[in-house]
Design a protein. Structure first.
Length: 457
């Protein structure tokens, strides 16, 4: 028996019915669960089911729903122009495709054998036009940010300094801040550390955990691991500028299989630095090793954490639970529930707040999307092209509507445009486990719930 926009969640303690249509979850008795999961049981207990629904003001989740997903363009078209003109507060410049490492999980790994494919640098003309665009199209913001990306962007340190110097000279009355993503190798140079500290750069350093985990894939050319190099650079920086380091430097851990969430959790507890986790991009390397992927950290990240341990979790781990906070729990005061006629799936963040500029000056929603024609929404010469934006939004809508229509998890799913075409089955399995854990271990524990809610800010 199919549940439309609904999901039965069987925990260790209780059984829950989550209704995505009306966005609430309620405990149900074992008999309710058995009825919906056993056709023979249903035939004998249909009256019980119907009476239970009526008594508890729950809709019949076995009946098809006529709701549909709204077209993104219907919602955003009127705001599109103002967003393009006034709404951007960050651009990220991909200033080089070159890198001083050869990580085996990198999307460019298969191209390392052909250096010509990687040796591309952004010109000053492209960078200047992109910065001018940001300065001219950020009227809705008091703070704008200029980011640098690669490849390894610190390989063009002098180019970064030129961009910052130009950006600082343009006085448009708003605060300016800077950020970059790096593998950490070139942080060995004190000149670079001092400069980033001076301008209060937000720095995201790729660091995958203990040495045996980090060195598995993150190698310099020739195959040597980089753990000790990066760790020494971070320690030096912390000793030189502890206050800045703790506020502005953070780590990003790529959750590459096989990996132990326990090892990572306890490793980073000892690290005086903010850590975020990112999913592995499916490269050819891992497509050939799919069994490893199935055992990845992302799927197992929320395996039963002891209650006391939740208080030791970092901000990123707590954020896994934030999406559940707005789900109404229980069946009290539900008489006024309104059946929702339309669903709006999450949309690509375009052209809103941020923009990614490729080495050759093309505009993309962010650095996570593939640099292919459908994702390109303009360039430094033509600006943001309205028709391309609408085309991309429609393309996203077409894909997501087909995939999300009737899905019980669409309200709590955190998929974005960059991975909307990926398979959802493993993600839904993970969401189910997360949701059950939240309901059984956090929602009814005021101390834990308060901690999650506080992390929201």
């Amino acid at each position: 028996m199919k549940l439309y926009y609904a999901k039965l969640l069987k925990g260790l303690k209780d059984i829950y019915l989550y209704d995505a249509l009306e966005n609430y979850v309620v405990k149900v008795p074992n008999k309710f669960f058995e009825i919906l999961n056993n056709k023979d049981y249903w035939d004998l207990n249909k009256n019980y089911y119907e009476n239970y629904l009526k008594e508890n003001n729950i809709r019949d989740v076995t009946k098809p729903i006529t709701t549909h997903f709204s077209n993104i363009t219907e919602i955003d078209i009127e705001n599109l122009e103002s967003r393009i003109i006034n709404g951007i507060d960050k651009i990220t410049l991909s200033i080089t495709n070159e890198c001083n490492m050869e990580c085996t999980y990198c999307i460019y790994h298969d191209k390392f054998s052909n250096p010509k494919l990687l040796k591309k640098n952004m010109t000053w003309d492209v960078a200047k036009k992109a910065m001018d665009m940001l300065l001219e199209n950020s009227l809705n913001h008091d703070n704008i940010r200029l980011g640098f990306y690669g490849g390894e962007c610190l390989m063009r340190f002098n180019f970064i300094k030129e961009c910052v110097e130009y950006f600082e000279k343009c006085d448009n009355g708003v605060l300016k801040s800077y950020g970059l993503t790096t593998n950490g190798i070139l942080l060995a140079k004190k000149e670079i550390r001092d400069y980033l500290t001076k301008y209060r750069f937000f720095v995201l350093v790729s660091f995958d955990g203990p040495q045996n985990i980090h060195d598995r894939y993150r190698k310099i050319k020739g195959g040597k691991g980089t753990y000790q190099i990066v760790l020494n650079n971070l320690k030096k920086w912390y000793e030189e500028s502890p206050e800045y380091f703790l506020d502005y430097v953070s780590l990003n851990t790529v959750c590459a299989p096989p990996i132990s969430d326990t090892i990572l959790n306890y490793y980073f507890k000892e690290f005086p630095i903010k850590t975020s986790y990112s999913s592995l991009v499916m490269t050819d390397y891992f497509n050939k090793n799919i069994e490893l992927v199935k055992n990845s950290y992302e799927k197992k990240v929320l395996d039963r954490i002891e209650e006391d341990d939740i208080f030791e979790c970092n901000e990123e781990q707590l954020s896994f639970y934030k999406r559940f906070i707005n789900v109404s729990y229980g069946i009290t005061n539900n008489s006024g529930k309104r059946v929702i006629d339309k669903f709006v799936v999450g949309s690509p963040c375009l052209p809103y707040r941020r923009l990614f500029v490729s080495v050759n000056g093309k505009y993309y929603p962010c650095e996570k999307v593939d640099e292919v024609d459908i994702n390109c929404i303009g360039d430094v010469n033509c600006g943001i092209i309205r028709e391309r934006v609408l085309k991309l939004m429609s393309y996203y809508q077409e894909i997501s509507s087909k995939k999300c229509s009737g899905c019980w998890a669409h309200r709590i799913c955190y998929s974005c445009y960059a991975n909307v075409e990926e398979s959802c089955e493993e993600k839904k399995e993970m969401l189910q486990d997360e949701f059950i854990y939240y309901l059984e271990n956090i929602y009814n524990n005021r101390r834990l719930l308060r901690l999650v809610e506080e992390s929201e800010g």
